[in-house]
Design a protein around this ligand. Sequence first.
Ligand code: BDP
Length: 591
Amino acid sequence: MLYPQQNRLRHAVDISGLWRFQVDPDGVGEAQAWHDHLPAPRTIAVPGSWNEQFEDTRDYLGAAWYATEVHVPAAWHGHRVLIRVGSANYAARVWANGTEVGGHEGGHLPFVVDITDHVNWDGPTRLAIRVENELLVTRVPPGAGPGGGMLGSFPATTYDFFPYAGIHRPVHLIAVPACHIDAVTVTTTLHGADGRVHVDVRTNVSWDGVGEVTLVDGPRTFHVPVNIGGGHATAVVEVPDARPWCPEDPHLCTLTVRLFDGHGEATDAYALEVGIRTIEVQGDRLLLNGKPIFLKGFGKHEDFPIYGRGLALPVLVRDHALLRWVGANSYRTAHYPYADEALQLCDREGILVISEIPAVGLGFADPPDVIAARRERCEAQLDELIARDRNHPSVVMWSVANEPFPISFLRPVADDDPAAVAGATFLGGLIDRAHAADPSRPATVVALHDTPMSWLRLSDVVCINRYYGWYMQTGQTAEGAGKLAAELDAIHAELGRPMIVAEFGADTLPGHHAVPPEMFSEEYQVEFLRGYLDVADARPFVVGMHVWNFADFKTAQGVMRPGGMNHKGVFTRDRRPKMAAHFLRDRWGGR
Ligand code: BDP
């Protein structure tokens, strides 16, 4: 799943823009061949959620059709012609010139369909994408089922963010050589002052031939010839006196893989940015390049007015500027994989990322066939996520779930309860899968209050979300911090692993002040965060603190969410700092 690239041998055209759009609430589109012609289309922006572009689609969760035309250049003859959709939430099916060419399930990862055999070389090629975001119990994240959503929320989600839908990331028209580089996997190791870049290359077809791996590191260039057998090759690039990638110095090299024909002419090339770095757990510490690292930062969301969950590059850039301003070096992609472009920016900016699959709202008291369906969805999304993101130096950990619970939210059960056992098998399976696919990074389950110890034990770095002083010990920040301290010590005594408080926060209405601090005031948010950060500072096994949340974000409507918003941001939804942002900046040494 290589990101689209334009070079001498490959082509990539962003075909996002103004597309035609029509909702299909009665599900008649396929029978009426809407893939050929939309009877009553309106214009929609791609990328972008459909929810806030029109009044009547805010809460729409059924099927909708997108259509456009592309002109495939004559010069692309002989190439494979592909369409890559950056993400479409939740399920997508694609037609080219009236023929269904592929589809995808899972709302936050890219997919590619091959349209070579359906291209109209003499005129426009018609594209249609049917996107559908029904909240079904068998999906990941799961729909709410007959029991309704969180505290009766509307739409009925099992999670605390708005179920935005549509084509959320750019769509590319791509041409690649018939035999092309299909996958490049890079891992890096450090040996004293020297670095080693291990490269694994696969071509789309079984092919025997020669190629080359080149690494450009500032003024230095390293060439390693490779022999490709059966479409597979490996190479190791030795980099003496390497400059390791880290938040303070996110130094990147450019690695290029080339394939050659019998005359030594390049037939395909793919380049990617590589940071030489290691990440590992040792005892109760997390080490980056062999040295203890502390993750200062946030849980985030992809969320902005009108764009919804659609990629907005200026917002992305602004967020990274604010991360630097506030002194953060890290975030978690709560609660789904983020856009490719977000990770590219983190590589360049030196932001450490915990990358998460959309496994949020999972319970284990559901019927076995429902759990089995979700497990399949989790496994597929984990495989796709790791394949997509494993070359990013910024990604330092995989999160296989956020706040799974055995029976229901905040209902503790014993480790031998059947739901706890079912959950341990499910989650343990995902952790093992992450380790097998990528032995170079730790993996974690981000845990809710009252999570069974058997589940905490699955994580390489124990990540817990805590709201003492908010949902419990309500209105009492000191008591909340005390509870946190006691629990961190108890878990550490049992497991001896590094720990991250992956969420802690207080809803705050900007401009609302109170002395002494009271809930929803800016003062309360500061006191709440201060209490938690003090607890962490006194415990060297706490290796990260992620405030919930970076910015206020949209949720379903419900009695807990005034204005359909979660107000735990330290920035407002339009990225203005609350008092807490200034507090964190002082505390974290922002610049
Ligand atoms: C945690 C969830 C997060 C919520 C947060 C909250 O992981 O998605 O937004 O609580 O309640 O339980 O603010």
